[in-house]
Each structure stands twice: as C-alpha cells, then as structure tokens.
Design a binder for this molecule. Structure first.
Ligand code: ATP
Ligand code: MG
Length: 376
C-alpha cells in the first residue's frame, strides 16, 4: 500500500511543497493527490498540484496569510502565490453523499479520513496520494497497478458512479486517450447507457471540462471517442465531424506541443461554424440584409450551444467576430485591407480561414495566399 518513490525535485512544485510543510508543521497530515501524482508517476509534466489534508478548511485558511475559502458544493482553500498561481487544498471527505432526485450528488461536505477520501475519487489512477516527506505513494485501490497496465478503472460500480456525477464519463474518455489506456467493458456499457445524464450537469461546469477535453495533445482522439460513445451530442449537439473539425483539433494539439498559445475562441468558433452557416442559409431566404442575417445566424448557433455547454460572454463576442470576419476576408476589398489586419481578431480569423481552405473550402486557397502576403 505504501511504495517508496523518489521524484525528481525539479518536477515537484515548490509552492505545493511549501503548503504541505506548513500544514504538517501545524500538526496535520497533508499529501499531494490526484492528477499530479498520476502524472508524476507517468513522468509527465504537470501544472496542477492538488493537496489533500485532514485539517478542516477553516484550519487551513488560518495557516496562510494569503488564502481564501471557496466553493459551495465543496469547501476548499486556495493558497495564493500571485494573481495566477494558487494551490488548492481539500479536506479529506467521505464518500457519504447527499443525492438529489436523479441520483446526482448535490452535496458532499462530510469530512472523513484518508481511507474515505480515496473512495470518493473517480478512477483508481486518480486516487494516489504522495507523502513528500517519506517519499511514499499511498495506494489503497490498486491505482499504481492500473497505471502500469494502462487501465481506467472506476472506484466502485461504474454505472453508480456515473449516475452520481455524469462528468466522470467524459473524464474517463479523456484519461483513456491521455494514457493510451483501455476503457473497461463495464465503463463502456455504462457510458453507452447513461450518456444522456450529461444533460443534468450545469453548463458552466461542462465548459471547464470541455476545455480540458480538447485543449491537449490528443484532442481529436478524444473527439472521436466522445462521438463513438454518444457523449458528443450531449456536449456539442450542433457539431458533426468533418475535415475542418479534425484539422482544428489537430492544430490545437500541434500548437500545444510546440508551446504556442491556444484559445477556446478558435475551438468553439470551429465547432459551431457549420451550424452557423446552415442557420445563415435559412435566414437569408427571409432577410434581405446579409449582414443582419449573419448576425442572427451567429446568435442562434451560440444560443443553441449554451443550453448544453455555457460559453463566457467575452468568448461569444470574439467567436462572433471571427465568424463575421470570414466573409470580409473572403471578399478582399482593397480599401479595407489595413483596417482588417488591425482588427484584434484578425490573426485568429486568418488562421480560421487557412484551416477552412485546407479542409472544407479548398476554393479559398487564393484568398489565403492574398492575406498571407498582405500581412507581411
Ligand atoms: P487533470 O488535472 O489532468 O484534469 P485531474 O485528475 O487532476 O486531471 P482534476 O479535475 O484536477 O483532475 O481533479 C483532481 C482530482 O480530484 C482527480 O484526480 C480525482 O481524484 C478527483 N476528482 C476530480 N473530479 C472528480 C469527479 N468528477 N469525481 C470524483 N473525483 C474527482
Ligand atoms: Mg488536476
């Protein structure tokens, strides 16, 4: 159950170690937990260092000058290091949960021991704890073995755990692709049956998970597996696979691999592009102004989306901008060239045009050539 593992000091986050030391000095226990231990074991770089402790949130909060209590569904502490960096500290909780009508967890603030905390986690590979001082991985559920064998295994019964929290279904898909792992038949069967439960999850929460699904090095593999399991239509019901979607996912992955920035603006603009076009074709039949028809088409595609996965307002404004810029770029009006290049979303709109030309709109190749030269 306890396994001596020495991680390269460089891989461990200094702030996380500081937080653990402070909590332990105050007489409590504190461990690295979850994704970071999993990724460290795999030799992967990880940014997200979470800590689990037997200290109550209020007690943790008191130990740090710069920290705050957050969360409604569960209370957590964020220890702040600067405006962007914080370490999340969670108190051990028991798997005892209060469930609502559909079996969905509505509250689980019952504190417990580490043995209880293990059981509330989703998959065995995510239920590993690391004792920094003793240099030991603590594994109650065979997570190390599953990690070695590349197996995504639920803690407990898959169907039951997915009913409690349907987000676990899309997490299973993401981890399977991340690890190149097998999904057990039990998980597969449960997902095929229970995919519609995603409809019970708040669109805001799904937004966070959606970013994680597609902004990674294995984006398109995740997309295809979500589609195969019938999960995709509960996230992006207007999105249908084509070469443009594939190009978008793959270019996202390539950018991440080469350390370039990525933005959800591009991703969602691409996912909803076809829907927006189809709405536009319909609306234009009744609306003489092409500009107004396009605005309405944009709104409708976005409105349909945010029923499932919400998009922050700043994002929808920029998605609309990228779409509206497509027609302007396609036309090439000499008087507007400079004005367009100075648009804050020109670069994204141009990249968007390039991917369209490389996939669903090969006729745009000449236009792309023009803009490639114009911006030099
Ligand atoms: P990544 O950071 O790559 O998304 P992660 O496993 O760290 O992966 P987080 O969302 O950061 O995912 O969650 C941290 C840990 O919290 C997980 O490893 C898991 O133990 C637990 N966890 C997260 N979401 C759930 C969930 N929906 N149900 C049960 N446990 C969860
Ligand atoms: Mg994490």
């Amino acid at each position: 159950m306890h396994h001596f593992v020495k991680f390269d000091k460089k891989l461990l986050d200094k702030n996380a170690i500081k937080v653990i030391n402070t909590i332990q000095k105050a007489g409590y226990k504190a461990y690295l937990v979850g994704g970071c231990v999993r990724d460290l074991m795999l030799g992967l770089q990880t940014k997200d260092f979470d800590i689990a402790t037997n200290a109550k949130p209020e007690q943790v909060n008191k130990l740090f000058k710069r920290s705050r209590l957050i969360g409604r569904r569960f209370r957590l502490v964020h220890v702040l290091f600067n405006s962007r960096d914080y370490i999340e500290v969670a108190t051990f909780r028991s798997g005892k949960v209060k469930t609502g009508k559909n079996g969905v967890v509505v509250r689980d603030n019952h504190y417990g021991k580490i043995e209880d905390d293990v059981l509330r986690r989703d998959f065995t590979i995510n239920a590993l704890y690391y004792d920094v001082e003793k240099q030991e991985v603590i594994d109650y559920v065979g997570g190390l073995q599953d990690l070695e064998a590349r197996q995504i295994r639920p803690i407990g019964n898959a169907a039951k755990r997915f009913t409690e929290d349907p987000v676990r279904m899309i997490r299973a898909v993401r981890f399977a692709e991340k690890l190149g792992a097998e999904i057990s038949a039990e998980i597969e069967t449960a997902i095929l049956k229970q995919a519609p439960l995603l409809g019970n999850v708040s669109p805001a929460r799904l937004y966070e998970e959606c970013i994680k699904l597609f902004q990674n090095e294995y984006s398109f593999a995740v997309y295809q597996r979500l589609e195969k399991y019938g999960l995709l239509r509960h996230l992006l019901k207007q999105t249908h696979n084509n070469d443009f979607i594939k190009k978008t996912c793959n270019s996202t992955s390539e950018r991440i691999k080469s350390g370039k920035p990525v933005t959800p603006v591009f991703l969602f603009a691409a996912f909803l592009w076809q829907a927006q076009n189809e709405r536009f074709a319909l609306i234009k039949k009744q609306q003489r102004s092409s500009h107004l028809a396009q605005l309405q088409a944009c709104d409708e595609a976005i409105m349909n989306q945010i029923k499932q996965v919400s998009l922050p307002h700043y994002l929808t404004a920029r998605i609309r901008n990228v779409w509206m810029l497509q027609a302007k770029l396609e036309k090439i009006q000499p008087k507007k060239i400079e004005w367009l290049i100075e648009n804050r979303d020109f670069r994204i709109a141009y990249d968007f045009l390039v991917l369209r030309a490389q996939s669903i709109n090969p006729e745009l190749e000449k236009v792309v050539d023009f803009w490639s030269k114009a911006q030099q």
